[in-house]
Write a protein that binds this ligand. Sequence first.
Ligand code: AMP
Ligand code: ZN
Length: 490
Amino acid sequence: MALKLYNTLSRHKAEFVPIDPSNVRMYVCGPTVYDYAHIGNARPVIVFDVLFRLLRHIYGPDHVTYVRNITDVDDKINARAARDYPGLPLNEAIRKVTEATEKQFHTDIAALGVLQPTYEPRATEFIRRQDGREDMVSLIDALVRRGHAYVAENHVLFDVESMPDYGRLSNRTLEEMEAGARVEVAPYKKGPMDFVLWKPSKPGEPAWPSPSGIQVPGRPGWHIECSAMAGALLGPVFDIHGGGIDLTFPHHENEIAQSRCAHGTSVMANVWMHNGFLQVEGEKMSKSLGNFVTIHELLNTKKFGGRSWPGDVLRLAMLMTHYRQPINWTRTLIEESYSVLSGWKEVLKGLMSFQEGNREYYESEEIPPSFIDALADDVNTPRAISLLHAMAKESDAHTSAYRQLFVSGRLLGLWTFDSLAAEYKEEAERSVDIAPYVNRLINARLEARKRKDFAESDRIRDELAGMGIALKDTKNKETGEIETTWEIAR
Ligand code: AMP
Ligand code: ZN
């Protein structure tokens, strides 16, 4: 098995060779925390969680460092804070917005089975650090010192002309970019594509002491945040950088420019990976179209498809499409995921008892090499899922296919022994809890039948059917009495 990844930088799928196999390093751009994360935002979170799990499987859980940041300084945050808390000082309002949103994000993605990354830095903690190492201000100072950035009207701008291969990631020349981009025209810019590293803060806005040469306090631009956090936690050159396809330009292009020029390196990350976009029912998700849906709404409300959906169902639905393809998020897709997942759980629960004593027996099973091969082929989750189907089909008490289904699905993050045990227990408790009640109704029904009150006995049967309980009447051959047994209808 060789892990192969598609690299946006080379536009090829190639074998992945880590810089240091004892510490494989990956950075993924995280959310800007001003509002609920939508289901499109969930895509990079889930896709790179699968890659994180795969890397841990291949290199060992202690040999992978995964950083996914929280962007907690941004104009969108300031605007939301001013709108939602007009009575509060802006900085206090901002704290309220970012803390609540970050908490919501964690709750949402935990329900989607996403592991904690190794580090989850907040941008505001890396603007200026005690030791001045790899923080935003020190990076900006280095860029100015090296002739890649300049100070103008209390801004610091990156000078794209100073970097001969600016544009390599998005594969465009400066001229093409200038023609295509909606660039902000500002009198203090030397070139139209020059971008902001630092800008002055208005009174009341979050502000930090500025880089050298600027007397008024200010705040960082968006792109420099990721360069600083990645540099501080992973070093100047690391293995994998990920995010959604929309981030390729300008965000990732600019991250590369900043990091390479500040450190004097020829790459920032060796492999750049981008997930395709998610559409909802065939259209771009947007608030004005009314098809905008948050993770929270999918999990907890009936807004999408008339019901709420379990997190594992959403996760599987997301993985049914290869990460580089666009995904069409539809009710039909989620329903299909629901029925597939229930089918697999049925197989697992039918064949294994999720009791502590069995844990070792299941967890020690080997994941089939073909399953790892599928994931190692540029994270081909659709192929991995088709193998899960095959395992479920082959499963019976005499093969180990169901144990393979268990360990393989666990690598995809669909379940753990404990999550299945909890579901199993809940179902068992549900049937135990209702037993006395059901038995009382069954006796009442038998009494009614003896009195020939068939209206009442039918009513009781219907009431039980409404609870999902199916009755079966049999005649006791010796006594001639009718006896009723029951089960939970599937
Ligand atoms: P943002 O908060 O807009 O910076 O987005 C956070 C992450 O979600 C980035 O990696 C984006 O590329 C990704 N993202 C945003 N919208 C979508 C979408 N509709 N489909 C897939 N990924 C998305
Ligand atoms: Zn970033």
